[in-house]
Design a protein around this ligand. Structure first.
Ligand SMILES: Cc1ncc(COP(=O)(O)O)c(C=O)c1O
Length: 371
């Protein structure tokens, strides 16, 4: 096993366990800052880890702005001392009242949200007027992922105008998440990301031409991060999430990125049912099962392992090296998709210098903390 992933004493670790190798995490954070080039252009997404202690490591390095996907994440950020939070989610239902409660609970925190439709914009404005509060709203732009947002164009300009006019709302700029840009070839990815940027920059220029304030364009995730970071436009804020932990999926998809998986799963062999199979305690209640069965994990120390069956608490691996294993033996696995994996664990065991140095709570895994 690579030295940086040694754990001197695992006897107290109940498996399956999420392990965060702190030095590797810190190296990833430092690499992220280098790519951003300037801390003011960095607005990392906290959804990957949902841990206050990761935020504290980043705050200590001067990162000040964050992206979140849920109110629980936003609350975790505010409790950690973050003063500039962008909840990149369009608010409906009880989340409108939660925005008011958030503003009242954390009056010194700048909170921004997204919108892409006139109805929530009007509802948010009415709620803010009634509470005598204000909130920043970024118009969510669809550049081809077709998940949320609207394409750059006339309707987008009208909606932005609605945000500008609405009492209780401040125009916060534009948001684009280009999750469709996962081209493995960097030049192909650059071309696609640049095309997304150009369409959004044209909309931005049009809005500015109408006299509207467009203070920022929050753009992208990990794959498009180096490309957005290289664009010379002071309003761009990059919002990578996954790269601080990284995973097997992004390792394969973005070979140009030098991030190392920092969060791994410790698992133990519980059975060796046949000569070519070992069964470990790593079912799909401990690792994200959005990647297809058979492709949910990587085993750096058992590269020929094939995931042939996974149940809730069992993972059966086929390997030519099965005879080397006995029940109780341990393996470290790297999830294909770390973000939902970390949310499946209540705590992470923290390892530094080969020693267990703590346990961090996955604080924002719940939908609701207090607000
Ligand atoms: C809106 C938004 N922004 C940023 C990110 C971060 O992207 P990545 O996980 O590629 O770093 C995500 C990821 O899902 C997202 O949904």
């Amino acid at each position: 096993m690579a030295e940086q992933f040694q754990i001197d004493d695992t006897s107290e670790i109940i498996t399956p366990a999420l392990i965060v190798f702190r030095e590797v995490l810190e190296e990833n954070i430092d690499k992220m800052i280098v790519i951003a080039g300037d801390l003011s252009r960095l607005r990392p997404h906290c959804k990957t880890h949902k841990m206050r202690e990761v935020i504290e490591l980043e705050l200590a390095r001067g990162i000040t702005k964050y992206k979140a996907a849920t109110f629980a994440e936003a609350e975790m950020l505010a409790e950690a001392g973050v003063q500039d939070i962008f909840l990149a989610y369009s608010l409906v239902g009880p989340n409108i009242a939660r925005a008011v409660r958030f503003r009242e609970t954390y009056p010194d925190v700048a909170l921004a949200v997204t919108a892409d439709h006139e109805k929530p914009i009007a509802a948010l404005s009415a709620a803010m007027i009634e509470a005598n509060q204000t909130i920043d709203v970024l118009l969510d732009i669809d550049t081809g992922q077709h998940r949320t947002g609207i394409p750059p164009g006339e309707v987008a300009a009208q909606l932005y105008g609605q945000i500008v006019e609405a009492a209780g709302l401040n125009p916060g700029g534009l948001h684009l998440y280009d999750g469709q840009n996962h081209q493995t070839d960097l030049e192909e990815r650059r071309e696609a990301v640049t095309a997304c940027w150009e369409s959004v920059a044209a909309l931005r220029d049009e809005l500015v031409g109408k006299g509207y304030s467009v203070p920022r364009v929050v753009a992208g995730g990990t794959g498009s991060f180096p490309i957005f970071a290289s664009i010379d436009d002071p309003t761009i804020e990059c919002s990578p999430g996954t790269c601080v932990f990284n995973d097997v999926g992004y390792g394969a998809m973005f070979p140009d990125m030098q991030f190392t998986p920092a969060a791994r799963l410790l698992t133990r062999v519980i059975s060796r049912p046949t000569a070519d199979r070992v069964t470990v305690d790593l079912g799909y209640k401990a690792v994200a099962s959005d990647p297809p069965a058979g492709k949910r994990l990587g085993f750096p120390d058992l590269p020929d392992a094939k995931e042939v069956l996974q149940n809730e608490e069992h993972l059966v691996l086929e390997t030519s090296r099965a005879c080397e294993f006995e029940p109780g033996d341990e393996l470290l696995a790297v999830p294909r998709h770390i973000c939902p994996t970390s949310a499946m664990h209540k705590q992470a065991t923290i390892v530094a210098g080969g020693k267990i140095v703590g346990s961090w709570s996955i604080a924002a895994r719940d939908r609701k903390l207090t607000i």
